[in-house]
Design a protein around this ligand. Structure first.
Ligand code: HEC
Ligand code: HEC
Length: 277
């Protein structure tokens, strides 16, 4: 009797663990392939977007003249050219604190300053998902930085809880640590760093396949009279309120997978931003 009872319990617990693992993976997929848009930098692009079969395999070059020529890393589980030999903790440290297992620092434009705010649970989900994607063998070149990298991005992060349960806090988390909207859409201060006090007020021009594009002001000053549907369409389809098509690197191809609830929270946050000067 006790034997059968124990066995039943073990099966039940085993089933629960599997369900939890599946939920974690699903959350990780939603984050990496959706709001976090890791592939916007880590998947190489051809004339018609992401190169098929090369998801997260790296090689895309991002240049900021005078500052850096960054080559996005292969973050698939390939043991030779990707992160297949890293432990979960090592992958987590690389994403949230920008430190590789060999101690070196990951350079810009990976938005580590914002990633320091990724909640523990979401970080674990991202790591689980990255482990599950098909390994792709792709040796990428090395980045070169004309500006010295800092010794670190800050003190050890410790633990980060999920945001408070209200639309504006959730939206701030989605537009900051997860979706890095405010990395592109905020001005750079005199010290060369993003000026978070003016988050959303528009960023400096950036390179796109079609020449330079400017991440616009997305505070209420600029989009205050847009309807929620118009803001949703800009984020998920890359169509501005006046109907014109927006260009990459605005990551609408990834944001198309963001849930309606999360989109509403992002809009609540944008509507609460102080208007640009
Ligand atoms: C804006 C572009 C950008 C985004 C977005 C981005 N990364 Fe990166 N990432 C890079 C670049 C560029 C490097 C290489 C930097 C260097 O050479 O120092 C890098 C390096 C890494 C590394 C280190 C790999 C190695 O072998 O050195 C990991 C892990 C990583 N990224 C994971 C992620 C994950 C996960 C996401 C999404 C949550 C993400 N990145 C989003 C640009 C980006
Ligand atoms: C990698 C940089 C980048 C990221 C990340 C990014 N954007 Fe953008 N965004 C742009 C650029 C560049 C444009 C303008 C493109 C153009 O004019 O063709 C733009 C345009 C927009 C527009 C349209 C503004 C207008 O006046 O037409 C909205 C709204 C917007 N972004 C919101 C967001 C939100 C919300 C997020 C996060 C979920 C986000 N963006 C993430 C670069 C980015």
């Amino acid at each position: 009797m006790r034997f059968w009872l124990g066995w039943g319990l073990a099966l039940l617990l085993g089933g629960q663990a599997l369900a939890q693992e599946a939920a974690l993976l699903e959350r990780g997929r939603y984050l990496v392939e959706g709001i976090a848009a890791c592939g916007n930098c880590h998947t190489p692009k051809g004339p018609s977007g992401d190169v098929p079969g090369m998801a997260l395999a790296g090689g895309l070059v991002i240049e900021e003249p005078g500052l850096f020529r960054a080559v996005a890393s292969n973050i698939t589980p390939d043991p030779e050219t990707g992160i297949g030999r890293w432990t979960d903790a090592q992958i987590a440290l690389a994403i949230r604190e920008g430190r590789r297992p060999d101690g070196s620092l990951i350079g810009p434009p990976m938005p580590i300053e914002l990633y320091r705010g990724i909640a523990d649970r979401d970080l674990a989900a991202m790591v689980a998902y990255l482990r599950s994607v098909p390994p792709v063998r792709n040796a990428t070149g090395r980045s070169s930085f004309q500006i010295p990298l800092p010794p670190s991005y800050g003190p050890p992060v410790g633990t980060v809880a999920m945001p408070a349960d209200n639309p504006v806090s959730r939206g701030a988390y989605l537009a900051g640590p997860l979706g890095h909207c405010i990395e592109c859409h905020s001005p750079v201060g005199p010290d060369g760093r993003r000026d978070w006090s003016r988050a959303g007020a528009g960023g400096p021009p950036m390179a796109s396949p079609l020449g330079q594009v400017v991440p616009r002001d997305i505070t209420p000053r600029a989009i205050g009279d847009w309807t929620e549907a118009q803001i949703f369409r800009a984020i998920t389809q890359g169509i501005s309120a006046d109907g014109h098509q927006l260009n990459p690197p605005m990551a609408y191809g990834y944001y198309a997978r963001v849930s309606p609830d999360d989109l509403s929270d992002i809009v609540a946050y944008l509507r609460a931003l102080p208007s640009g000067p």
